[in-house]
Design a protein around this ligand. Structure first.
Ligand SMILES: C[S@@+](CC[C@H](N)C(=O)[O-])C[C@H]1O[C@@H](n2cnc3c(N)ncnc32)[C@H](O)[C@@H]1O
Length: 290
């Protein structure tokens, strides 16, 4: 991450959501209200101006994003599927009695802001790198803060999740929780990813779940997004948000198990690859709480 600068990739995902709102048929995939909320957040936070948002809504923007699919096949629409899967997992978890939602590497995601009033008895938390989290907080303050949404500014590559949440008075370690980490783990070093999953199990109660996305590793152990992988790895490094972590899909179960999580491929919509990422939902190994 560029020192003290807000995330470029978070801005890219948010602008893609706005553009997907202008693409025919995507309204059937995108969660309700996400496009309008994202547009408001981008402008209210000062991430981009109203003109850029208007441009992002244009058919020209749709065509440009679609052209980039020749480098990352399917990745444009994949952002809509990723948002849909995460929201579905959160709603399913809330139906099952989950009382806490934690979004890691939240960027300009609007799930917490949109769902907080609908679920007043649930506590929503978000964590992101300070430079991005501060901008987001400015936007949320302008759009209307939610009593049950807590925005936390921390570097998860440097600070332990357990310590971060200890400072948050409303966090309940025993509560059934759904954690969302979309488009995050590829940006963390391997030891931080391991530590994060382990700590996610420590800070959550029985019946908790985690929904996340990851880029698969190729035979050389590096992130594999197809024939343009080398170019993408270089480009990500150039913008100061290098891809650091990936894993082979067949190694995922063995990776998660000792960290307290069980891959749950039978949960709706999981183990699907959209664009360059796999989507996963894992359930917490409850034996550790007994
Ligand atoms: C690709 S963006 C995804 C944003 C959001 N999850 C979404 O899908 O809309 C990656 C996000 O991870 C955050 N991130 C990367 N490294 C981080 C770290 N060490 N600590 C906290 N957040 C981090 C970035 O600031 C950015 O918001």
């Amino acid at each position: 991450m560029r020192k003290g600068k807000p995330s470029i990739t978070a801005r890219k995902v948010a602008l893609s959501i706005v553009t997907l709102g202008a693409k025919a048929g995507m309204d059937r995939v995108l969660p309700r209200g996400i496009v309008q909320a994202t547009e408001r957040l981008l402008v209210a936070s000062g991430v981009v101006g109203a003109r850029t948002v208007r441009w992002a809504r244009s058919q020209r923007a749709v065509a440009i994003y679609e052209a980039f699919d020749s480098i990352l096949p399917g990745q444009f629409e994949a952002f809509a599927h990723r948002k849909a899967l995460c929201e579905r997992q959160v709603r399913d978890a809330l139906d099952l009695g989950t009382t806490q939602v934690l979004v890691l590497g939240a960027g300009y995601d609007t799930l917490g802001w949109r769902l907080a009033p609908e679920f007043p008895d649930v506590n929503f938390f978000e964590i992101d790198h300070p430079a991005t989290a501060r901008l987001k907080a400015k936007g949320i303050a302008a759009m209307g803060e939610r009593d049950n949404l807590c925005l936390i500014a921390e570097d998860l590559g440097k600070r332990n999740l357990v310590d971060v949440l200890k400072n948050s008075v409303s966090w309940d370690q025993k509560a059934r929780t759904i954690i969302v980490a979309e488009g995050l783990v590829m940006y963390l070093p391997a030891d931080a990813v391991q530590g994060l999953f382990r700590q996610c199990a420590v800070v959550t109660g029985v019946g908790s779940r985690i929904a996340f996305s990851y880029i698969p590793a190729g035979t050389d152990g590096r992130p594999d997004v197809g024939r343009w992988s080398g170019l993408m790895l270089w480009g990500q490094k150039m913008i100061g948000e290098p891809w650091l972590w990936s894993i082979r899909p067949e190694e995922l179960d063995a990776f998660l198990q000792p960290l307290g999580w069980t891959n749950a491929p039978t949960l709706a919509g999981t183990t699907v690859k959209h664009g360059v990422e796999f989507y996963v939902v894992a359930t917490k190994d409850n034996s550790r709480d007994e």
